[in-house]
Design a protein around this ligand. Structure first.
Ligand code: PLP
Length: 519
């Protein structure tokens, strides 16, 4: 059997490949006096590093990179994560020296181009969501939620509404929603989902009392369904004196089709890495801008970029000032800073590029195609896998592996078997309200051919689960590592390589004695 990992890598890490005296680059001789680091700044006495030649090093990392499944290499149907393609022009923009060479502490006068990008992106996002303004400061969706709920908390406090100590969260929500509410000091009240996939309105009504600060609603929700009672919900939430927070991580499904602002949302975060094509995965990078209605603008985090229409140049006697001045400011009642600097600039620049490339019409086509693709997958797989909420979906579709479970095949087995067909598995066991969930999000980026190949694989696996369940349960057969002992990995993790290091002539444990940082 072909084992790409062992073929290219063996079991040897850089330390095992190390040979004393080998060097990958030759540095020029030092032409200034050597200046040792201050003793107090040293954390350890010595660092054991592998010694390798350049070609060996390049081949090692090239081989490692080939083991990595990536969006440029294949289809990535992870539901909720929205792994769409990342146009290469985004990378050109982000690498442009005029942007890449900027320093975050640079004088704003010398950073007008970068600030203009940020200011325009704020405007684009406010326009796309139908809100009055947006902040780009949050570094991820989760931090956007955190900022949004902090703004709502500050606003309610200024209104004297301090008895509002609860945040309502539907049970289909992403785990970051209850986590956010609780990090902001609120008590979380879970609202159940009705059998049709909409929110249970009676349960919501019951929870909407004078203690309710906000409802955090995901639209479309994590089942890929548009909340059909949204206008009623919005009216009820506001009548009860609470705020409507929108988890807009799924904006990819509705961008250009409907404005969250028109639906009554007061604050709405956007995962630009899921909607406006910036690379993500494995924990980052990302950005989670928040768009808000007028009453929340004074609470936006710092920095917020303003456009000083006016002619500062002319005032100084210069003949002509083509640019308005763009300035980072701190809004009057700001919740403060979310990070040391202004946000994840490289990610935001890619989002700006994507929006500028597509334009309004292109964005409408994007969300329409994302929905079409998800419905195509829904239609092709509906006879083989159970559909717990059988409604036309928007950008993603959630199946249940309950039928296969009855044959002893779990959704985890189906996911592992997909690896043998060359596909990254979809999201599994989320959302939590679906038994044996299999959550597929094709995105607008995939062609009909790649969707067909993926659906054919899942249909073949459904047949295998009927005829040869043990075959599916033993998968994968082609991956470098097969089934891992996940319980032991969690309970007794081995986080340090203790391989045959001494073979290289280096002692396995050398002088990496941690210093006492208090010294
Ligand atoms: C991805 C996602 C989040 C969290 O966003 P991060 O950028 O990963 O922090 C929150 N809610 C929903 C619905 C999501 O899909």
């Amino acid at each position: 059997m072909h084992e790409p990992y062992r073929d290219t890598m063996g079991d040897r890490l850089t330390f095992d490949r190390s040979a004393p005296g080998r060097q990958a680059v030759t540095l020029p001789a030092l032409d200034v006096p050597a200046a040792p680091l201050p003793e107090a700044a040293l954390l350890r006495d010595g660092v054991r590093l592998p010694e390798m030649d350049q070609l060996g090093l390049v081949r090692y990392f090239t081989a490692l990179s080939r083991l990595n499944y990536n969006i440029d290499g294949g289809f990535y149907p992870l539901g909720s994560c929205t792994m769409k393609y990342n146009p290469k022009i985004n990378e050109d923009a982000a690498r442009h020296p005029a942007f890449a060479g900027m320093h975050p502490l640079q004088d704003p006068q010398t950073a007008q181009g970068s600030l203009r990008v940020l200011c325009e992106l704020q405007d684009f996002l406010a326009a796309i969501t139908g809100m009055d303004g947006a902040t780009l400061a949050p570094m991820a969706g989760a931090q956007g939620e955190f900022a949004g709920v902090l703004m709502i908390r500050a606003y309610l406090r200024d209104q004297g509404q301090t008895q509002r100590t609860r945040v309502l969260v539907p049970d289909s929500a992403h785990g970051t929603n209850p986590a956010t509410a609780s990090m902001c000091g609120f008590e979380v009240v879970h609202i159940p989902t009705a059998t049709d996939g909409n929110i249970n309105l009676a349960a919501l009504e019951a929870a909407l009392d004078e203690r309710a600060a906000a409802l955090m609603l995901t639209l479309p929700n994590t089942l890929g369904l548009f909340e059909q009672q949204i206008e009623q919900i919005s009216a009820r939430v506001h009548a009860a004196g609470a705020q409507l927070y929108g988890d807009g991580a799924n904006l990819n499904a509705i961008a250009g089709q409907v404005c969250p602002g028109d639906l009554g949302f007061d604050a709405w975060h956007i995962n630009v890495h899921k909607t406006f094509s910036t690379p993500h995965g494995g924990g980052g990078p990302g950005a989670g801008p928040v768009a808000v209605k007028r009453h929340l603008l004074p609470y936006l985090p710092a920095p917020w970029v303003t456009r000083e229409a006016g002619d500062a140049g002319t005032a100084r006697g210069e003949p002509h000032s083509p640019l308005p001045r763009f300035l980072p400011v701190t809004p009057a009642r700001s919740i403060g800073r979310l990070s040391l600097f202004g946000g994840d600039f490289g990610v935001l620049l890619r989002a700006w590029t994507y929006i500028r490339m597509l334009g309004a019409e292109g964005l409408r086509e994007m969300s329409a195609a994302a929905v079409l693709n998800a419905r195509y997958v829904q239609a092709r797989l509906r006879d083989a896998y159970q559909l717990p909420y059988d409604r036309p979906v928007l950008h993603e579709v959630v199946f249940s592996g309950a039928r296969q479970r009855a044959r002893g095949v779990r959704t985890l087995d189906i996911a592992k078997r997909l690896l043998d067909f060359g596909f990254h598995p979809p999201t599994i066991y989320f959302p939590l309200i679906v038994e044996e969930a299999l959550m597929i999000e094709p995105t607008e980026a995939e062609s009909r051919e790649s969707l067909d190949a993926f659906c054919d694989a899942l249909l073949a696996i459904a047949r295998e689960a009927e005829a040869q369940p043990d075959l599916v349960k033993g998968a994968p057969y082609t991956a470098p590592l097969t089934r891992l002992d996940e319980a032991t990995a969690a309970r007794r993790p081995v986080l340090r390589w203790r391989g045959p290091a001494s073979a290289s002539g280096l002692p396995a444990e050398t002088t990496q004695t941690p210093r006492d940082p208090s010294r």
